[in-house]
Design a protein around this ligand. Structure first.
Ligand code: 26Q
Length: 800
């Protein structure tokens, strides 16, 4: 049906009638979307079946990537592209007077993640399939993904997201493969000789898998993303049926909207065990179908846990191996630790997961018993190694002070612990997890993050893709490191000119969106200066805001002050319970109001906040950016991945020496990036010696004093208390993230950016150099590193 555009048109029209019971004229856009989606799904299914059969028959090692989040983004366009049928479809539709883009926009954006960690998982799936690697995702089918953000009067309001409202063409429900999960109850110990454990009076929940195909780029491999849905298992005679139903279904109702600040909610713990237990049961079942010997599990199965959220994979695998497979503790431990590997995504102490025993033990009695045993054996080992060093042992224990420490569990129970950028992995080894590094030096390693260039370049920026193809051919798509071939051409006037046109076109597209949504007219010739990411104090959107306030003041005070016009674009969701973050959103809006309505200032600068930042919006933003703001306090951003998406689309980075910014600088060279601010060792030193005094910066720098005073003196012509909490964070609470300390150097670097932009030719060269070096940050490279260095898996050649 996709072999030619005429064939396609014919099938499409036929299918439209049979699926929607409507003629072509009556059919809505959504009807068209459903029709096309179904055709594509059918096209995928034979490859999917073939892949699964091959995995069964070849019986090679497979990896299972467990993640509480998969931030997929829309799938129709990506699947068409990966299958190599986008052009046929696009042209066929065109002849029917239908725009593919319009159809694509009918798809809801599956937002089963908060930000970086969830999006990384989605990029990894794309790379695994494309590299023909046998790797599958396991996650949760949240009924409601991350909330939709509405801005009302400058304040964030959260609305429930409803991605399943019109169904999901990409999923297949597999009720035959459902498994049962036990919560609550108690454990009866019995048996003679060898102990046995029976979980009684438990509450059972049914986990039903929904499988989604993961299509590799122009290969026949189709891997699986398995998302679990919670349903009632069976209704007992004396049960309160309604409340049981409500309680079970609640487990997969909502994604927790919390990015990095901890919320110890029992439902979240239930979600975690639900994911882990259903996934492990299903993995073991399918392993046992092909393999008689459970002792060899680790030779055929790798289980990766994306942060500590699925860390209960360690005790759960122990439980299955001992209680169900009858293995000894020693054998089970050998297999478990050789199967599980773990990625850490954060160094913020407050984000490290800890669960109170009083929540944990009653909900998961057997799992708790096993963790206690792991802890006792681990502490005994430590005692042998460090006799008498109670403090050290208590500090490293998995259970201490009434808390279960998930990171400690993950480290002890896995064979590999990796950070997500060089500096982050070094900080883990030398500071945050130093004591564990001393015990298990060989477990620690780095895997610098990456992004899939197929979504963030081929799909998001077809204009730049064509330009690259015209310049260096198409080899780079399969081998992204070959983007470096562009480097020979960056000084060619023709390439520069064409790149400039591509950027301009993409800025026009974004400008139109901004005009439609925000009612703000922005200048295409201004610098598009963008900061899009979750709102968090450590990411320092506030530093960006204070700089804009400073510019406003200068432009007001000095009519001769002339700078390159700039459009400051923000996009960010704040966790609904994060008071400070929500205040920053309000502040951005108040500032926009002030700046954009000033007849003179607004000719030079504008401020735009784009509502409901999400994957689909991101695909319009990255290609249009000139400047990428990556200004976290050094040492706090584990890696960042937006930085890579900007770079790949030819934006220049303004950044601190943090996370992967450092590796970006190493790649492009110091001349092609704008770095500023404290370094990580300087920040860590301040934190140790406590010598930072933000008040001194307030008193000694007039520019700082002016902008901070404006937060509380009615400058924004609102309630004077509105931004007091922000001013307090900077002065009364001594500015935890060193905003004032880095303020002056940020102003300097931003001034340099403005000047650099005016040398048009040079700027274009620098942008192209960034594109040329972005191949290193393809998730294909990252996944190959995981496959070789951690999972020990090889490609399986699916050929239809
Ligand atoms: C924890 C407890 C309760 C509820 C929610 C959570 C929770 C949820 C999501 C904690 C953390 C997250 C997400 C973290 C995250 O996205 N980290 C980012 O991971 C990226 C991929 O490695 C990095 O690039 C970023 O630097 C890092 O911040």
């Amino acid at each position: 049906m996709f072999s030619s555009k005429d064939r396609f048109k014919e099938s499409f029209l036929k299918r439209l009638e049979s699926m929607c019971g409507k003629g072509f004229e009556e059919a809505t856009k959504r009807d068209q979307y459903h029709t096309l989606g179904n055709m594509v799904r059918e096209y995928i299914s034979s490859k999917w079946i073939e892949t699964n059969e091959l995995y069964r028959s070849e019986n090679k090692k497979q990896v299972y990537y467990l993640s509480i989040e998969f931030l997929l983004g829309r799938l129709l366009g990506q699947n068409l592209l990966n299958l190599g049928i986008k052009e046929v479809v696009e042209e066929g539709l065109k002849e029917l007077n239908i725009s593919l883009k319009d159809i694509e926009e009918c798809e809801s954006d599956p937002a089963l993640g908060n930000g970086g960690l969830g999006r990384l998982a989605a990029c990894f799936l794309d790379s695994l399939a494309t590299l023909n690697l046998p790797g599958h995702g396991y996650g949760i089918r949240y009924k409601h993904g991350l909330f939709d953000q509405k801005i009302v009067d400058g304040y964030q309001v959260e609305l429930p997201e409803q991605w399943l409202r019109h169904g999901n063409v990409w999923e297949v429900r597999k009720p035959d493969e459902a498994v049962e999960i036990s919560f609550w109850g108690r454990i009866e110990t019995g048996g003679e000789g060898s102990l046995s454990f029976k979980h009684v009076q438990d509450q059972k929940v049914l986990a039903v898998p929904y499988d989604m195909p993961v299509v590799g780029y122009r290969v026949d491999t189709v891997n699986t993303l398995r998302l679990w849905n919670a349903e009632p298992a069976s209704f007992g005679p004396n049960q309160d049926v309604l409340s049981y139903k409500r309680e079970t279904e609640a487990i997969t109702d909502f994604l927790y909207p919390d990015d990095t600040h901890d919320e110890g909610k029992i439902l979240r713990l239930k979600q975690q065990y639900f994911l882990v237990s259903s996934s492990l049961q299903s993995i073991i079942k399918s392993y046992k179908k092909e393999n008689a010997n459970i002792q060899e599990l680790h030779q055929y199965v790798a289980i990766h846990i994306n942060d500590t959220h699925p860390a209960m994979a360690v005790p759960e695998l122990m439980r299955i191996l001992m209680d169900q497979e009858g293995l000894s503790w020693e054998d089970a431990w050998h297999i478990t630790t050789n199967t599980v590997s773990y990625t850490n995504h954060t160094i913020l102490a407050e984000a490290l997961e800890k669960w109170p025993i009083y929540l944990f033990k009653p909900l998961l009695p057997r799992i708790f018993m096993i963790i206690e045993e792991i802890n006792e054996r681990f502490c005994a080992e430590l005692w042998d190694r460090y006799p008498g060093e109670w403090n050290r042992i208590e500090h490293m224990a998995i259970i201490a002070h009434g808390l279960v420490k998930m990171a400690h569990l993950a480290i002890v129970g896995s064979n590999s612990i990796n950070g997500v950028a060089k500096i982050h992995s070094d900080i883990l080894k030398n500071r945050e997890m130093k004591s564990f590094y001393e015990v298990y030096p060989s477990k620690f390693n780095n895997k610098t993050n990456g992004i899939t260039h197929r979504r963030w370049l081929l799909k998001a920026n077809p204009e730049l893709t064509s330009l690259i193809n015209d310049t260096i051919g198409e080899d780079w798509i399969r081998h992204p490191e070959k983007l470096i071939d562009l480097k020979r051409h960056v000084y060619h006037p023709e390439l520069k000119e064409r790149f400039s046109q591509v950027k301009r076109k993409r800025k026009e597209i974004l400008a139109k969106k901004i005009a439609d949504k925000n009612g703000i007219q922005v200048d295409i010739d201004s610098i598009f200066d963008v900061q899009v990411k979750r709102l968090h104090a450590y990411k320092r959107q506030l530093l960006n805001v204070l700089h804009i306030m400073y510019l406003y003041n200068r432009l007001k005070e000095d009519t001769n002050y002339s700078i390159q016009p700039r459009t400051f674009i923000f996009g960010a969701k704040a966790s609904p319970t994060y008071y400070y973050a929500k205040k920053i959103i309000k502040l951005i809006h108040s500032l926009a109001e002030k700046v954009n309505n000033d007849p003179r200032v607004s000719q030079t600068i504008k401020v735009v906040f784009m509502e409901n930042y999400r994957v689909s919006l991101a695909e319009d933003i990255f290609p249009a950016a000139d400047v990428s703001q990556q200004i976290s306090t050094a040492s706090k951003e584990a890696s960042g991945t937006g930085n890579m998406k900007f770079m790949m689309n030819g934006a220049l980075t303004v950044g601190t020496l943090d996370g992967a910014n450092i590796e970006i600088m190493e790649e492009v060279g110091e001349d092609n990036i704008f770095t500023f601010g404290l370094t990580a060792p300087e920040v860590l030193k301040y934190e140790e010696n406590g010598r930072y005094r933000s008040m001194e910066y307030y008193h000694h720098d007039l520019r700082i004093r002016q902008v901070i005073d404006q937060l509380t003196n009615g400058f924004f012509s609102e309630d004077e208390g509105e931004f007091e909490a922000i001013a307090d964070s900077l002065l009364v609470q001594n500015d935890q993230y060193f905003v004032l300390r880095d303020f002056a150097s940020y102003i300097d670097i931003q001034e340099k950016v403005g000047i650099a932009y005016q040398d048009r030719g040079k700027w274009l060269e620098q942008a192209l150099i960034n594109v040329a070096h972005s191949g290193l940050f393809s998730s294909d490279r990252t996944i190959q590193n995981y496959a070789d260095g951690i999972w020990n898996i090889d490609p399986v050649g699916v050929k239809m």
